[in-house]
Design a protein around this ligand. Sequence first.
Ligand SMILES: Cc1cc2nc3c(=O)[nH]c(=O)nc-3n(C[C@H](O)[C@H](O)[C@H](O)COP(=O)(O)OP(=O)(O)OC[C@H]3O[C@@H](n4cnc5c(N)ncnc54)[C@H](O)[C@@H]3O)c2cc1C
Length: 305
Amino acid sequence: MKLIDLIKNADGPFYSLEFFPPKEAEQLPGFFAAADALLEMNPLFASVTYGAGGGSQVNTLEVARRLTRDCGYRIMPHLTCVGSSKERIVDYLEQLRSMGISNVLTLRGDVPKHLLAGDGRFDWSREAFRHASELADFVREAFPDFGLGVAAYPAPHPESTTLEEDRGYTSIKLRASDFAITQIFFDVREYIDMRDRLLARGVDKPILPGLLPIQSFESLRHVLALCGANIPARLYIALEEANRRGGAEAVREAGLRFAVEQIRRLLDAGAPGIHLYTLNKAETCLRIAEAVGGLRKAPALPVAV
Ligand SMILES: Cc1cc2nc3c(=O)[nH]c(=O)nc-3n(C[C@H](O)[C@H](O)[C@H](O)COP(=O)(O)OP(=O)(O)OC[C@H]3O[C@@H](n4cnc5c(N)ncnc54)[C@H](O)[C@@H]3O)c2cc1C
């Protein structure tokens, strides 16, 4: 079943979750224990990340298989096209199909460092796909039974030259797919502004806001460096203050309060659901869900499709 049908028919806002495949086999038991615990949130679906360049492709497939078969999650694996061939992409999608998985998040990915030329450039002319929208077009054509999600950026994608350019390309990508999940953001106005600009361009596909529960200063800095999100100065100062007074524990608590407030404001603004970047940790997400309260249940889960 395509996720878009469940999203449209959900009887109220819902949670969805992001997991990343653990690198080491010994991390798997802890990973699946966290995933099992998070079922309590009754997520509509969970997504599983994919290493651009193919590094963790096998892990993505294996984790997606087990989350579907053993935990009963409805899974949407990610797929990046940079550095990949059409044959490899077809093979990946066929493997998903054989597991009963029929939704995929189509992404371009970032060029892995080892594929960059000495001057830091990348030769796109040899690529099967140049942009996520091209990958989405291909999958829709070759695998019409698949539901498609794409990425959207409340703070424009770092490579965009202008905000309007970013919104223009995002609207093309959304027209080729069913819905979007956003990059991490910390200012709710960025999400609302992006959604409204897309609406003004005639694109009204669901856009799930992606939220990162702040767990520590270190992980926040790491994520900010990776994804190019903006952080409001007021939030940064409050976290710094919490860190000075109460260390890591106080930062986590402040992060939790901030996430709850962010979710309430997003739901008030009409967000269809909340996509949580779990970082494979259950406790903070469960505490957030408990504090938010009142989020309606998604349709019952254990349909491995
Ligand atoms: C929800 C989410 C999940 C993610 N999961 C993963 C993951 O699992 N693995 C991973 O490696 N990375 C992941 N990423 C990161 C993502 O791969 C990077 O942000 C990457 O730089 C862009 O991918 P994209 O799909 O948005 O690319 P695109 O949509 O192709 O956009 C890339 C850039 O090209 C521009 N652009 C788009 N179309 C055109 C066009 N037709 N002409 C000219 N310019 C254009 C865009 O404005 C943007 O600046 C994720 C990001 C998000 C938000």
